[in-house]
Design a protein around this ligand. Structure first.
Ligand code: T4K
Length: 399
C-alpha cells in the first residue's frame, strides 16, 4: 500500500484522522446569541439573578405551552426534577424503572427514598412495555417511571393504567422535550413528566430541568419545595430543598427556544442523511421512533456484529480513532452499575432485551455543531469499516 493510499485509509488502519477536532454526541447547540447577551444585560441591570425571576417565569410559560402542560416548574437539573417530583408525591416502597436509561432515572428514585426495580424494554422501541412492567410489580410498587427514550413517546395507552391497579405513572422525559405523538405534546402523558435542559440536550439552559404536570396542587407543592419550603419571607411550611433555576440559565433557554424550530429541522436533515447513507451498510439499523415526531436529538443505531463484521465496541473504537466520538449509551444497563449490580445477578435474567440492546446500540454525533457534509464523512467511515472489517479486527486485537 502506498503512503497516499494509507492517508485515505481509516485512522485505525494507519490513515490520517478524518476529523481534526472530535465530533461529539451532545456537542451543545447554541441559541440566538444577541438575544442571550441582551437578556443577561437586563438580568444584571435588574439585579434579580435567581429565585423565581421574570426570565424563569417566561421560560416556564413557553416550555409548558410547547409541551401542552398546564404547569412547568423549572429546576436546576433533570435529576433534581425527577427526585423532587417523586419525593413530593409522598411515595413509599419501590419504583419500577427501565434499566436501559441514563443512570439518573434509578438514582432519582433512590434519592426520593424508593427502591428502584428494573423492568425490561421492548427490543424495537427500547421502551418499557405492558408485560415487563406487570411482571416487575409487587405489593410494594408505588410508582412506574416510564422513560421517553431517545425522544420517542412511550404512550400511556401502551401501559394500561387500569392493569397497574391505580399505581401512578410518571415519565422521565429528559429526551423528549418538543416531541409529539399524534400531534400531542408530552404534557398529555402520565401524572407528570420531568425534563432535562443539560448542555448536551438539544435545548439547554447550561444545566437545568423541569417538571410538567396538569395537577394544580402538585405544581403548587413542587414550587414550594424547590425553594426550601418557603411560603413567605419568614415562614417555612414543609421540608424543601434548593432546586431553583437561575436567570442566566433561563436567558440561555429562551434564546434557544427562539431557534428551536431551526434546530429540530437541522436534526431531522441530519437523521435523514444518516438514514439514506447507512441503509446500504449491512448490519447497521437505525432506531425507529414509530408514530412519534421526535426532536431528532439522538441518532441511534444498532450494530449486528455478524452482519457488519465487527462488534459494536470494535466499530466504536475504529470511529474514535477518526475522532468520531460515537457513544455506547446506555451500556451496560443501570442494573450492572453500582449500587444496583450488588443487588443480585438474577436480575439480569429478567432483562434479556436490555442486555442484548445495550451491547448493540451506538449513538452517533448530531446537532448544529455538525454539517451534513460531516454526516456523509461519518457514514463513509462506517461503510469503509464494514468493507475493511477483517483488517480492523486484526489491528484492534493485535497486542
Ligand atoms: N434522564 C435521562 C433519560 C437522561 O438522559 C438524563 C441526562 C437525565 C435523566 C438527567 O438529566 P440532567 O440531570 O443531566 O439534567 C450526558 C449528560 O450529562 C446527561 O445530561 C444526559 N442525560 C446523558 C444522556 O448524557 P455524558 O456523561 O454521557 O456526556 P457528557 O456530559 O460527558 O457530554 C458528552 C460530550 O459532549 C462530551 O464528551 C463533550 C461534549 N460537550 C459536553 C458538554 C457538557 C461539549 O462539547 N460541551 C459541553 O459543555 O452524560
Amino acid at each position: 500500500m502506498t503512503t497516499a493510499d494509507q492517508a485515505q485509509d481509516l485512522a485505525v488502519l494507519g490513515g490520517a484522522r478524518a476529523f481534526a477536532e472530535p465530533l461529539h454526541v451532545g456537542r451543545p447547540n447554541l441559541g440566538d446569541r444577541a438575544a442571550f447577551t441582551r437578556m443577561v444585560e437586563d438580568v444584571l441591570d435588574r439585579r434579580w439573578l435567581t429565585n423565581d425571576g421574570p426570565l424563569v417565569r417566561e421560560f416556564e410559560e413557553q416550555v409548558a405551552s410547547i409541551s401542552e402542560a398546564r404547569h412547568c416548574i423549572a429546576v436546576a437539573n433533570g435529576t433534581l426534577a425527577a427526585t423532587l417530583l417523586l419525593d413530593t408525591m409522598g411515595l413509599r416502597g419501590s419504583a419500577v424503572v427501565p434499566s436501559f436509561t441514563f443512570i439518573a432515572t434509578p438514582h432519582a428514585a433512590e434519592w426520593a427514598g424508593l427502591d428502584a426495580v428494573f423492568a425490561d424494554i421492548e427490543e424495537d422501541t427500547h421502551h418499557l412495555y405492558q408485560s415487563s412492567v406487570t411482571s416487575a410489580l409487587t405489593p410494594e410498587t408505588a410508582v412506574v417511571v416510564g422513560v421517553h427514550l431517545w425522544g420517542g413517546i412511550l404512550d400511556a395507552k401502551s401501559l394500561d393504567i387500569s392493569e397497574l391497579d391505580g399505581i401512578p405513572l410518571v415519565y422521565d422525559a429528559a429526551h423528549a422535550f418538543g416531541s409529539t405523538l399524534h400531534g400531542r405534546g408530552i404534557g398529555a402523558h402520565g401524572v407528570a413528566s420531568t425534563l432535562s435542559f443539560h448542555a448536551t440536550k438539544f435545548i439547554n439552559t447550561f444545566e437545568g430541568g423541569a417538571v410538567l404536570t396538569d395537577d394544580d396542587a402538585l405544581a403548587a407543592e413542587l414550587r414550594l419545595r424547590r425553594n426550601f419550603g418557603f411560603a413567605g419571607y419568614d415562614e417555612v411550611t414543609r421540608l424543601g430543598t434548593n432546586a431553583k433555576l437561575n436567570e442566566v440559565s433561563a436567558a440561555q433557554g429562551l434564546s434557544m427556544l427562539a431557534v428551536m424550530q431551526h434546530i429540530v429541522e437541522h436534526n431531522h436533515a441530519v437523521l435523514e442523511r444518516y438514514r439514506n447513507r447507512l441503509a446500504q451498510v449491512p448490519g447497521i439499523t437505525l432506531w425507529d421512533p414509530g408514530a412519534t415526531r421526535t426532536n431528532g436529538q439522538y441518532v441511534v443505531t444498532q450494530v449486528d456484529a455478524e452482519e457488519f463484521g465487527l462488534s459494536r465496541d470494535e466499530l466504536v473504537d475504529a470511529l474514535w480513532a477518526d475522532n468520531v466520538r460515537a457513544r455506547r449509551y446506555f451500556y451496560p444497563g443501570c442494573h450492572r452499575m453500582s449500587p444496583y449490580r450488588e443487588r443480585g445477578s438474577d436480575v439480569a435474567d429478567s432483562l434479556q432485551a436490555t442486555e442484548r440492546v445495550a451491547k448493540q446500540v451506538m449513538v452517533l454525533p448530531t446537532g448544529t455543531a455538525m454539517t451534513l457534509a460531516d454526516v456523509t464523512v461519518v457514514c463513509d467511515l462506517i461503510a469503509r469499516a464494514h468493507d475493511r472489517a477483517p483488517a480492523i479486527g486484526r489491528a484492534l486485537r493485535a497486542p
